[in-house]
Design a protein around this ligand. Sequence first.
Ligand SMILES: O=C(CO)[C@H](O)[C@H](O)COP(=O)(O)O
Length: 233
Amino acid sequence: MSSDELKRAAAQAALSYVSEGMKIGIGTGSTAEAFIHLLAERVGDGFHVTGIPTSERSARLCIELGVPLSSLDESPSLDLAIDGADEIDASLNLIKGGGGALLREKIVAHASSRFIVIADESKLVPALGSFPLPIEVNPFGLEATRGAAQRAYDSLGYSGELRLRVRDGQPYETDGGHFILDASFGHISDPKALSDALHLIPGVVEHGLFIGMTTVAIVAGADGVRTLVAAGA
Ligand SMILES: O=C(CO)[C@H](O)[C@H](O)COP(=O)(O)O
């Protein structure tokens, strides 16, 4: 199966978690978009759901395909959220934000009773960190924030670099008007310690480590679709 077929298979399996009338958070990225297409087919057959999108990009696709939308302000408590990931470790901790939507994705996942991650098996890793960690920062004081983040990594014993994400020659701007620093420091030995250290920096708006948030990961591979359930979920 191709990577797109695997993403679609994971997205298809996630549909079984969606019931009539639910309010669901809708993620961002190619796997989440596969899910939006499948959900739209169900909606076309008369199924009722309300989607709360995690990005303008996902919102546009939902509108184009006829998936009814609401906002987190109108619907602050969600039944579940379904989203992709850049990396998934054995404890179902994640790196997210490759598509630049990590802040809204984290807010929506946190507002959801269950957070379901869909992915192809290439996203499963023994330890997080091969994928650069996206760190969303306020543009004000960018260099001060970059320096503080570098020192946080240094103090935890990591070595590597922070790169400002650029698109078309300009800093990449998130839906919230922030910038992203992509942190390449290799395997993250203690995700919680790194998360705490980054959260102490005023210019850091949020980072792409999703720790202890995942309820279920649905992972599609050559041998079929596996459902991995988080301990205690
Ligand atoms: O976190 C994300 C966007 O901010 C995506 O979920 C993540 O980048 C995975 O994307 P894809 O499904 O295209 O591989």
